[in-house]
Ligand binder design. Sequence first.
Ligand code: ADP
Length: 745
Amino acid sequence: MSEQEQLRIGVMTSGGDAPGMNAAVRAVVRTGISRGCQVFAIYEGYEGMIRGGNLIRPLSWDDVGGILHKGGTVIGTARSTGFRTREGRREAAANLLAHGIDRLVVIGGDGSLTGANLFRQEWPELIQELVAEGRISAAVAARHPFLGIVGIVGSIDNDFSGTDMTIGADTALHRITEAIDAIGSTAASHQRTFVIEVMGRNCGYLALMGAISGGADWVFIPENPPEMEDWQSHICEVLRKGRASGRRDSIVVVAEGARDRQGNPITSQEIKHLLEERLGEDTRVTILGHVQRGGAPSAFDRWMSTLLGHTAVLELISTTPEREPHLIGIRENRVTRVPLMRCVTDSRAVTEAVTAQRYEQAMELRGRSFGESFRTFGTLVQPQPQPLQNGERRLNLAILHSGGPAPGMNTAVRVAVRVAADHGHRVIGVRNGFQGLIHEDLFDMDWMSVSGWATLGGAELGTNRHIPEGSDLYQIARTIENHKIDGILMIGGWAGYQTCHRLYSERHIFPAFNIPMICLPASINNNLPGSELSIGSDTALNNIVQSIDRIKQSAVASRRCFVVEVMGRDCGYLALMSGLASGAERSYMPEKGITLKDLQEDLEEMCYWFGRGKRLSLMIRNERANPIYTTGFICSLFEEEGGSLFEVRQAILGHLQQGGDPSPFDRIQATRLAVRCVEYLIEQGRNEETEGSFIGYKNGKMQIFKLEDMPRMMDAAHARPRDQWWMALDSVSHDLNHRMDHKQA
Ligand code: ADP
């Protein structure tokens, strides 16, 4: 592309900062360069655009190296009163044209995106004014007849229509969840009550999801104030009963914009006084404040922001003067392009509904799953279950795990026990997976037996990969009959799916198996049918990404290639996504295998760049990517062939990937899926003919699939789904982590 034709893109972050913005900037710069564009950073938001000078500078491939893991935004952000004026915007246009920039990626909130849209609309007039003032030539004006813009939402509040998540919201939830977990342990020690205030003036997303993740006991959100007039007595009653039934800590989460039905603020101090006066409890307030904005971005905020930045550049390259500006968002794990101003208008409608006290409308506008989460939370915080509905048969529902441990298993069990109990049914816990059914290792689980499990890593019920065979099946049938089990919820991985399928297929031999069964996907490997993200995989991804951050830091002042081995069995999800989230040059995956040619190419590329000053290289290898080219083999090969150019180190992450407390996302998904599974078992329990099923999110919707369809959906030889949505992201990772210039050199 000639200098004249080369597209020049400006990228800026504006409004409040949000962790993940750097990942988006990096993706914009590298995608731009790989597509032959020049990318400029506009430092300090619109203020930098107005002031120009060295606040607008080109960024190279290397300039955005080493920023993916950083919180905040390395190109700065600011609020600018100047940009709200036409003179300010004319100045901004002049500064952009001084560099030939006529495409913009704006990463910010509602205000920043509105400002960008206005700027775009005014652009033709602004440049004519600049021509009239003699500041630019008519030829320059003719070369830049329109301004192409694309928006990405950076906001920790997750308060935007048109995207399921905004940049920074997941990380903020991590901070909130860590804080609630930490406060929970001290609260329990002293039997104290804590009121935790989180951000969100008009949006209760962080408060509600934080409360669900942290297993809190009450939540106040702006969109849905307490319905009862005397809500004060109600909350006190619920918390008092909770204490009476043995709960050691009480945690109340309050969004900063919480209010009552009349629109009067409900403050954390007010709640503290209420609880102290009426319950006589020692109550402390913690306002989380800017902690929520800070720190390293979560794995999700790294990979999602990377995808958004990548697509933003593709959108800008293909945009035309006629095409209205778009917002790049994420819907159902896929990147989407939605008309920008429609999203801004829809987002404002929620704020307006809250301000005008049209709360029902506000909840409706937030979407179905938000409303469902609110209702579920209402069930979980009850001090005791509701009695069985008149005339209903009391069901005995068994819960067990199978497969490797996955963080979030306990969260799912807690929710399942409480929802089942709340419908008046009996829950039987099965120890150590299907072996518990074989050996009748069962126990009753009541409401309080799962207190504190929301936040707990591991699997309290125990789990293993044993798949029952032969006489095991007779034993299982006998246990089901002896204990009059009416339904089974299996929360686990592939071994559990196979076993449930087996039991289902053998119904004609064992009539006892003619009970409803449902599998809830829980495996760090993310290799289960009908489920785009299984419980535990987000936690594992965060574990890997955090470990890689540390590994990278250990390599200061040396030239080093790291080969990091991750789990996943025959599924490359963890390898690919951790590569995307940590900027690895290559993710070796079982789906693609490894060839000698791949290794040779990677080696050549490394030699080329290490010879030109590169300091660090990162390769991720799934544990089963190739049986011959093991991690050790690859390291030896690179070490030998790299000579004195670089050193090689291997890091096999092992079981730390399965450990730790579940991430907020895993807790929230576990909660949603467990609620539906129990409802399903109850519905099925009323039928003569029952089904065997598995649940999951597919194309963003929660769906229930029949076990007989499982073989069709799975590549059984490799124990992974035939359709893996994330495989398409390999090319994005390649674009961002491979400089093509060495090939041309
Ligand atoms: P956010 O983008 O996070 O909503 P702000 O509302 O503070 O944050 O907006 C960031 C910046 O965007 C403002 O300081 C201002 O420069 C610009 N901006 C906001 N609204 C407008 C507007 N209506 N017209 C022009 N510029 C605006």
